[in-house]
Write a protein that binds this ligand. Structure first.
Ligand code: AMP
Ligand code: ZN
Length: 113
């Protein structure tokens, strides 16, 4: 289920442009519009939910599927030497888009968090 007001749902539907590097029936991966590393991708499930805590069983299966796909997608996008995954959850983490997403950061030596 998609949410008409959610920016990532709108990217999934093609209503907002994004540079998609991977797309299938369960997930979409596109370039972050404000990259924080040489490679900065966002992996997004094609089902709208805000937090891991809100996830149902089908969405959990999709997240597992995403983690199985991410290594090859990262490697194909300049992260062959390593990468960092980040999932911000809620206000203290600075989450700004309330559709669960996995940041894929790499393409260069990353600083300490
Ligand atoms: P978070 O702070 O974890 O919620 O991350 C949201 C990310 O989405 C930020 O890194 C933004 O730069 C990125 N973002 C917001 N709008 C867009 C957009 N239209 N296309 C691509 N990335 C976006
Ligand atoms: Zn959404």
């Amino acid at each position: 289920m998609l949410d008409g007001k959610c920016v990532f749902c709108r990217i999934i539907k093609g209503e907002i442009p994004a540079v998609k590097v991977y797309d299938d029936d369960k997930m979409c991966v596109f370039k972050d519009v404000e990259p924080k590393a040489a490679t900065h991708l966002l992996a997004v499930p094609k089902s709208h939910f805000k937090l891991l805590a809100d996830m149902d069983g089908g969405q959990a299966e999709t997240l597992k599927y995403m983690f199985e796909k991410i290594p090859a997608i990262a490697e194909a996008n300049g992260c062959g030497n390593g990468y960092r995954l980040v999932i911000n959850q809620g206000d203290d983490a600075g989450q700004t888009v309330f559709h669960l997403h996995v940041h894929i950061l790499g393409g260069e030596k990353l600083g300490d968090m």
